[in-house]
Design a protein around this ligand. Structure first.
Ligand code: SAM
Length: 239
């Protein structure tokens, strides 16, 4: 499959994304931290801190993958985490980490779709999604499910790659993202998987457009913070 054939929205995208994450699950953590040079851990912590979590809060981590966000959340507060992902193999690796870190009493993993969250309305105090929003088939539907499952006053934090706009750093990063990253990704994995990454970032709405989508769902206090020269952004909002 070439990147041109990869669909970047709609129902056809979902089974392809699901198959891709099932395929790369065993290499995901290594590649993730190596290709971001470990900076992603700082970005994740910052995202979690923006939620101002308190002991006893119920946190839903959507597109949880191998459960990194849930595990880091436990360093901030004694929260109860539900991690949701539709790629079973990612959850298998995640659950091994939970056992290793003795976190099975605080974090539960469930296979499910971000666009049809298997929870009753207004049951969550906070929601996170890290590097998942650009992978879903329907962003509006996913945000609508976030709004439905959050309690009034609950907060959502979306961590996602962005395109840096600086005149020097922008093109440099673009070169790394489009050429170097797929090359190194291809050494350990299927090169298409790492061509999908920059393409999916390119297809993601701009910061301003994404904030408008959040407001259109009813979220208030929508804010966006750029991280590390704009490589990633955090979007925060309240129900
Ligand atoms: C790039 S990984 C991020 C994983 C994790 N949040 C992290 O930060 O490492 C994206 C994850 O989104 C999941 N995903 C994509 N679309 C989804 C959907 N519609 N419902 C549930 N999970 C989804 C994938 O299976 C994958 O595990």
């Amino acid at each position: 499959m070439t990147d041109q054939q990869f669909i970047h929205s709609g129902a056809e995208k979902k089974p392809r994304v699901q198959a891709m994450f099932n395929r790369i699950a065993g290499r995901y953590d290594f590649l993730n931290h190596a290709l971001s040079l470990g900076i992603d851990i700082l970005w994740r912590k910052k995202t979690l801190k923006s939620l101002r979590l308190k002991d006893g809060d119920r946190l839903l981590d959507v597109a949880t993958g191998t459960a990194d966000m849930g595990l880091l959340a436990l360093d901030i507060a004694k929260v109860d985490v539900l991690g949701l992902d539709f790629a079973y193999e990612m959850l298998v690796y995640g659950s091994k980490k939970l056992v290793k870190k003795s976190a099975t009493d605080r974090i539960h993993l469930v296979q499910g779709d971000a666009e049809r969250i298997p929870l009753q309305s207004e049951t969550m105090d906070a929601i996170t999604i890290a590097y998942g929003m650009r992978n879903v088939g329907d962003i509006d539907q996913t945000l609508s499910e976030f709004y439905r499952t959050l309690r009034p006053g609950g907060r959502v934090a979306v961590l996602e790659f962005s395109l840096p706009s600086g005149r020097i750093f922008g093109p440099l990063f673009n070169f790394y993202f489009r050429k170097i990253l797929p090359f190194f990704g291809g050494l350990f994995s299927n090169k298409t998987d790492y061509t999908y990454l920059p393409e999916s970032v390119r297809h993601f709405p701009s910061r301003g457009d994404f904030m408008d989508l959040m407001r259109a769902e009813g979220f208030i206090g929508v804010e966006c913070y750029d991280l590390t020269l704009g490589i990633s952004s955090i979007f925060i909002a309240t129900k």
